[in-house]
Design a binder for this molecule. Structure first.
Ligand SMILES: [Fe+2]
Length: 389
């Protein structure tokens, strides 16, 4: 067994109805909160509900309701400028991964000098140091997907270069994650499917990564079980709190797994699609997962056998190779069940764009690429994009 480190400073508050504790639980972080939420969620009354809970415990709040998918570093800078004289003590990110990532970046931007992009871990230039001055972040996920509530990364897009990269620092782990599956009962089918496949991909990638360790393996396998058991029910019977709870738990576990291990090739392909074409993260993952795993299962027969079992395949009478291969059928069936049938061409990507995408994936996403069991060449990556096309 190889040695490994594990660190997770996030207090997890999990369970249906627990958002009602947001005031009681967060008043320890100060008197003034910035709430980052997207406009759609704010209009559902969720912002008002949180604002009221905070007020009841003596915490006033200011809202930023302009979060978009694939958040831009320029918007983080502008928002920090707007909030800098408000004496913000902590930041609450409410929503999917974009809101939580935005909240983490805002917590840094409010306490550190200069452009937030300076703190993004981009190869080939010095990266700004994120210190403990950064404000505490509370994550309130409303989807079961990115696992951002349990990770030390905030993914942003630079609108000038179309590079999509992360700020990485232990200082930006949320200090608290309030995971209330009741908030997920009304997630539309398509969003349930795309975010669920993202969470599943986190678990699989963390498990097969060259950075995997006994802890991340244990967590990733349980995440796969929870997600594969509950994703179809969450899509088809969205009001079932048991299915939503299992998805929320599976997604959080998958977030812990990638924190301790790493995402790999599927995410190396997905980020350039978000950066250049603003394709939603879950959609990009859903397109890449099968083409990547079909090229990978034979590289780690024992692990893919375990993946098959976690996805519900009875492998008792199979040879190790058949068991490993059966994971691809199980994954394909699960994605078919989600109803996701996406191609790059649907998003305005042209075949002539694939060279640039392959350069991005093997260039600035090399870190994820190199964590995959086989490090793909530019040509191999282009072929995978071609299959997604
Ligand atoms: Fe992801």
């Amino acid at each position: 067994m190889n040695g490994f480190d594990f660190f997770l400073p996030t207090r997890l508050i999990f369970g249906p109805g627990r958002l009602s504790e947001v005031g009681e639980q967060t008043k320890r972080f100060g008197k003034t909160a910035a709430i980052v939420i997207d406009r759609f969620l704010a209009e559902t009354g969720l912002y008002k509900r949180i604002e009221q809970c905070l007020l009841e415990h003596g915490v006033r709040s200011f809202a930023f309701t302009g979060v978009e998918p694939n958040p831009l570093c320029s918007i983080v800078n502008q928002t920090a400028e707007l909030f800098k004289d408000k004496n913000i003590d902590f930041v609450i990110g409410v929503g999917g991964g974009s809101s939580i990532d935005f909240a983490k970046a805002l917590a840094v931007a409010l306490t550190h000098d200069g452009d937030i992009w300076h703190y993004v871990n981009e190869p080939g230039r010095p990266v700004g140091e994120i210190t403990s001055k950064t404000l505490p972040v509370v994550a309130v996920p409303t989807t079961s997907g990115t696992g951002a509530e349990m990770t030390a990364v905030s993914v942003l897009v630079n609108p000038e270069t179309h590079v999509k990269r992360g700020l990485y620092s232990e200082k930006i782990y949320p200090v608290m994650a309030i995971i209330d599956p009741e908030l997920m009962l009304t997630i539309p089918r398509n969003l349930t499917a795309t975010t669920g496949i993202d969470a599943l991909s986190h678990a699989i990638e963390a498990y097969i990564s060259t950075d995997a360790n006994p802890f991340s393996d244990m967590v990733a396998i349980e995440a796969m079980r929870q997600i594969s058991d509950s994703l179809p029910a969450a899509i088809n019977s969205g009001q079932k709190i048991e299915a939503r709870s299992s998805m929320a738990w599976g997604s959080a576990l998958a977030g812990i797994a990638i924190s301790s291990s790493c995402v790999t090739l599927v995410h190396a392909l997905a980020h350039p699609l978000g950066g250049r074409f603003n394709i939603g993260h879950g959609e990009a993952i859903a397109m890449g997962l099968i083409p990547v795993m079909r090229r990978t299962w034979m590289l780690d027969i024992p692990k893919f056998g375990k993946i098959a079992e976690a996805l519900g395949v009875c492998t008792h009478n199979m040879s190790p190779k058949s068991a490993a291969k059966s994971s691809i059928n199980a994954l394909t069936e699960l994605i078919e069940e989600t109803g996701l049938s996406l191609r790059l061409g649907n998003f305005g990507v042209r075949q002539t764009d694939l060279d640039k995408l392959a350069e991005d994936a093997t260039g600035y996403m090399a870190g994820c690429l190199e964590s995959h069991p086989h490090v793909c060449s530019v040509e191999e990556v282009k072929n995978i994009f071609l299959e997604m096309f």
